[in-house]
Design a protein around this ligand. Structure first.
Ligand SMILES: Nc1ncnc2c1ncn2[C@@H]1O[C@H](COP(=O)(O)OP(=O)(O)OP(=O)(O)O)[C@@H](O)[C@H]1O
Ligand SMILES: O=C(O)c1ccc[n+]([C@@H]2O[C@H](COP(=O)([O-])O)[C@@H](O)[C@H]2O)c1
Length: 200
């Protein structure tokens, strides 16, 4: 298979859910991607004070979530890397190792809204290519109309197709309340969470 267009989908994935999967499949179709690499963040820089499940649990759950999709892969590169999982670093060090004509980062509208608080945002936006998808509660057009984004619009491709209002925090919250999370992620991920008693 040719790898002309590859996208990296970085996330905390604590846990991965159907929102992530539905979006990825739609984006793959819409942009004609050859492959999407799911990249669980080792130490998510903006979640320093939040309790995050172990790297190995999140990696395993992402592997389970994508195992039946030949277009989806998982990389443990950020988990293996020392220090915080800065996307600027992934762009500089990991992206050149991918044999592809074009490499994109997939991010949600909420991530785009605070990307100027990320590590080296100008470097990232000037040198990376992004596929940004809408997320309920965020107005993509309004975010992009802001002055600070204007120099980088060529590197921002939008996907305004379907998305669902689901988050990992909602799933964690449901588990804490002893509610079922059936249908919110793939069955194998739900079974893994049950078996390992995560988020209780
Ligand atoms: N339902 C969704 N619709 C659109 N984008 C999403 C959705 N869920 C997650 N994303 C995006 O996917 C990426 C990875 O998300 P992440 O793993 O943090 O999940 P999350 O549901 O946002 O988690 P949490 O609730 O813990 O913040 C982020 O760029 C986020 O914007
Ligand atoms: O580089 C940064 O400073 C930075 C700050 C916040 C988030 N990110 C990345 O954005 C992706 C989505 O993050 P999250 O926490 O919403 O899952 C994930 O790959 C993070 O490593 C990166």
């Amino acid at each position: 298979m040719s790898n002309n267009k590859v996208a990296i989908f970085g996330g905390t994935f604590d846990p991965p859910h159907l929102g992530h999967l539905i979006l990825s499949e739609q984006i793959k179709n819409y942009f004609g991607l050859d492959k999407i690499i799911f990249m669980p963040a080792g130490r998510p820089p903006h979640k320093r004070n939040q309790c995050v499940s172990s790297d190995q649990d999140r990696l395993k759950m992402v592997e389970l979530a994508v195992e039946d999709n030949p277009f989806f892969e998982v990389s443990d590169w950020e988990i293996r890397a020392e220090g915080y999982s800065y996307t600027a670093r992934t762009l500089k060090e990991f992206v050149p190792t991918i044999a592809a004509k074009e490499v994109f980062f997939i991010i949600g509208a909420d991530s785009l809204a605070d990307i100027f608080d990320w590590h080296k945002p100008e470097y990232l936006l000037a040198n990376g290519k992004f596929i940004v998808f809408k997320r309920p509660g965020y107005d993509l057009d309004k975010i992009l109309a802001k002055e600070k984004y204007q120099a980088y619009l060529d590197n921002l491709k939008l996907y305004q197709g379907i998305s669902i209002d689901l988050s990992s925090s909602f799933i964690r919250d449901q588990i804490k309340k002893n509610n079922s999370i059936k249908y919110l992620s793939r069955d194998n991920v739900v079974a893994y969470i049950d078996r390992k008693k995560l988020y209780r």
